[in-house]
Design a protein around this ligand. Sequence first.
Ligand code: GLV
Ligand code: MN
Ligand code: MN
Length: 421
Amino acid sequence: MQASDSTSTGRLRINGQRLWQSLMDLARIGATDKGGVRRLALTDLDRQGRDLVVGWLRDAGASLEIDGAGNIFATRPGHSGNPPVVLTGSHVDTQPSGGKFDGNYGVLAGLELLRTLNDAGIATEKPVGVAVWTNEEGTRFIPTMGGSGAFAGVFTLEYLLQQRDVDGISFGEALNSIGYAGSARVGGRAVDAYFEAHIEQGPILEREEKTIGVVTGGLGQRWYDCVWAGQDAHAGPTPMEARHDALRGAAQMIEAMNAIALRHRPDGRATVGFMQVKPNSRNVIPGQVTMSIDIRHPDDAKLATMDRELRDAAAAIARDLRLQCQVRQVVEFPASHFDADCVRSVRTAAETLGYPHREIVSGAAHDAVYLSRVAPTAMIFVPCKDGISHNEIEDARPEHLEAGGNVLLHAVLARAGLSSS
Ligand code: GLV
Ligand code: MN
Ligand code: MN
């Protein structure tokens, strides 16, 4: 049954004002001067954010479980009593200069869904759950989408717990220190379907005046650590032609990456967003530079070509500048294609609710990418202002967030079914 066809639930809507208020309340934890949020994964601010959300989920009557990767699962029982659960969710960790909506919206839209079902006294056949995935952003710890990746078996929990941040603190130590190393097994949970609501983080929906993006999949992606080794030397006496300047290697590589992405336009992407320069002193020629590289493309063959091109470029630059260069791939996943039935549920909900919509491919990575390996999955996008995200000025309109919440509600209801008794 399509829940939205039913007279009892067809008129059901979330409380957009309450959703907005929850977003603003959560955004106070780690709030930045420019109106954004800095709540890095597994920091004390992350703990505070999690505590607030867990309290809200408890108040909504959900039962709570936390697994060994710190993933939080809130479950509202269904009439059938048992799994599989119809799951929604996202993440509450943010970028260093992040916004109020990335990830947080998907979690709080899930909370709002539970509150709406409670208010309307609706019993579903299948359980409905909300997940808060750990370290989606990949900014403090690699890999990105760490919690959902471990859940989906993409890498082991042991691997995840061993990862270290730039200060040498391991994922496992940080997780313990905030009290979120749970006892539930990681993965193996029966998920009937996974729906994730998220801001688009790009300009398409706003430009085309669409309220809902029916997400059909996402770009393939690879991340690398690229280490340039030269020789520390004095900035004054060392002649220009005698230098082994690792930072020059990095600089040329940034330009090479830009050229590679442009060669694969319009869909290719390449970004260098992280760099450590050693010894990082004004009057020392840098002897070592570590830089990140992020490449993305919707076509896996083209992504593989970009990989070859970047390795060739690194080798040529190293030869030219008499440096050593090591390129180590640290994240890799192919383009994802979401489940046709789940995508249809999202489209049907948008249509039935009368929201202008279009199909869209996600340029950003999401927990849904890894969930799609273990459960039928789809996503719901809403526009964000000027397409800007991973920025403190990230913004979204309350009515768009409410619309996405309504689409989520009806897509989940269609899948969870109404209890007949
Ligand atoms: C996550 O935000 C990503 O797309 O890298
Ligand atoms: Mn996100
Ligand atoms: Mn993000």
